[in-house]
Design a protein around this ligand. Sequence first.
Ligand code: 9L3
Ligand code: MG
Length: 131
Amino acid sequence: MSMVVVVAAVIVAEGRRVLAAQRAAPAALAGGWEFPGGKVDPGESEPEALVRECREELGVEVAVGAQVGGDWPLSQGYVLRVWLCSLASGVPEAREHLALRWLGPGEYYDVEWLGADLPIMKTVENLLEGD
Ligand code: 9L3
Ligand code: MG
């Protein structure tokens, strides 16, 4: 069985702020918060998918940095891979999400993260603390 790879961007801005996005769909996930991203298309590399998804979902260009961990568990048949990113141009807008929030230290758990994304936030918090 081949796994569907989903990529997500932890966009980090000055002040160790990270961008959280509130899902609009599907119903089971709507209202939950995630790191933006989506499925890798056939023939596309994972970093390419990350750049495309940030363009489509947020209207921004990102520069892809270091990968965060390896394969993060998602629902069956899906795997999540995550990269730190920085904003190269544009201001993020919620084109496909209900809302966006920049979360600084002390605010990282102020949103209701999806089950898949909460452990990623914990790992990112540790990474950014070490900066
Ligand atoms: N997903 C979970 N956390 C994330 C992302 C980007 C995606 N940070 C899950 C939600 C969907 C699936 O992966 O079930 C595919 O994502 P999308 O293509 O609907 O954004
Ligand atoms: Mg998406």
